[in-house]
Design a protein around this ligand. Structure first.
Ligand code: ATP
Length: 305
């Protein structure tokens, strides 16, 4: 374990944040354990970024408190900040610095003067070695995002928070990035991730909190959340239409053009469903059966929550 402190990596107690009349966080309580790979999920406007900004000390809660490895983010700001590496959602840089200069400046904020060995290691891990002396403005969006990750890690924080780190990043880079973050987690770092890619959360996170309108509507292990969704889905691509018979209409969960998604509970129901579709005049072009996934769990919970 990287930290000598016992207790949770992050503790959020009764967090309320209001912007005028709008309540962005409506009383969030949460403990993230040391060494976890934790997912913070929720639709747009749920309050994820607000929570992360409060954690980073970038805004103040209206009520409640947050601590990082025992350090309060307001009363003990410097200590809490030192324990935390934040990869922000937005790419904001001074375009005139080189990558290495940026990382040295960031090291300086944490009072680290001779940090080049670690900077070199970070650059190598993130496949940025050849870009060390390039100006920030000359980098592609994906490379800039990798620099953001390096920047968050210059002071070797035990707790790392990534706010939508793979938005707009191509598949290869995304996988490279996850490989690296997974290794950090295996080395004992606590990882907190917000993402819109539920598949990503499903494969990476061992525990998940779902936020909706500033409240936690689910907080459990990824496995338990998935176990709660019993519905399996049958996706059918049709090339010629018919009229959906009643017994299938009640099972229809989604329709995007010619792609229909039906819900079912056991596999014996598939054959009769396909038969009724054919009898109703549909020509089936493609069929896919899917197990419950986090996306489904998410839709269900948002509906209920
Ligand atoms: P997204 O997935 O879109 O990033 P989010 O879950 O991160 O969403 P927040 O950005 O935390 O959501 O926003 C929560 C709510 O607070 C939203 O209704 C948003 O409009 C509002 N909000 C956020 N920041 C401010 C601000 N500085 N002033 C006023 N309202 C704000």
């Amino acid at each position: 374990m990287l930290s000598e402190v016992s207790g949770p990596a992050i503790r959020v107690e009764g967090a309320v944040k209001r912007y005028g009349d709008l309540t962005a966080l409506a009383g969030v309580g949460l403990e993230i354990h040391q060494g976890e790979f934790f997912g913070l999920l929720g639709p747009n406007g749920a309050g994820k970024t607000t929570l992360i900004s409060s954690l980073a000390g970038l805004n103040r809660l209206t009520q409640g408190r947050i601590s990082v490895l025992g350090s309060d983010v307001v009363d003990d700001y410097r200590e809490a900040r030192r324990k935390l590496g934040i990869v922000p959602q937005e790419l904001v840089f001074d375009p005139f610095f080189t990558v290495r200069e940026m990382l040295r400046i960031q090291s300086g904020y944490f009072g680290l003067r001779r940090n080049d060995d670690w900077i070199d290691e970070l650059l190598a891990s993130l496949d940025l070695t050849t870009k060390a002396d390039a100006n920030m403005r000359a980098l592609s969006g994906g490379m800039k995002r990798r620099v953001l990750v390096a920047q968050a890690l210059v002071h070797r924080p035990p707790v790392i928070v990534l706010d939508e780190p793979t938005a707009g990043v191509d598949v290869e880079l995304r996988q490279g990035l996850w490989h690296f973050i997974r290794k950090l987690n295996a080395d004992g770092h606590t990882i907190v991730l917000t993402t819109h890619y539920l598949e990503e959360a499903e494969t990476l996170c061992n525990r998940i909190a779902m936020l909706k309108a500033g409240r936690i509507i689910a907080l459990d292990t990824t496995a338990n959340i998935l176990a709660r969704v019993s519905t399996r889905t049958l996706r059918v691509q049709v090339s010629a239409g018919g009229t959906l018979p009643q017994e299938l209409a009640t099972r229809l969960m989604r329709q995007d053009g010619n792609l229909m998604t039906f819900g079912f509970d056991n596999y014996e129901q598939i054959e009769p469903m396909l038969r009724s579709l054919r009898e109703a005049g549909y020509v089936l072009a493609d069929i896919e059966v899917a197990k419950p996934d986090l996306e489904q769990a998410f839709v269900d919970m948002l509906r209920r929550g």
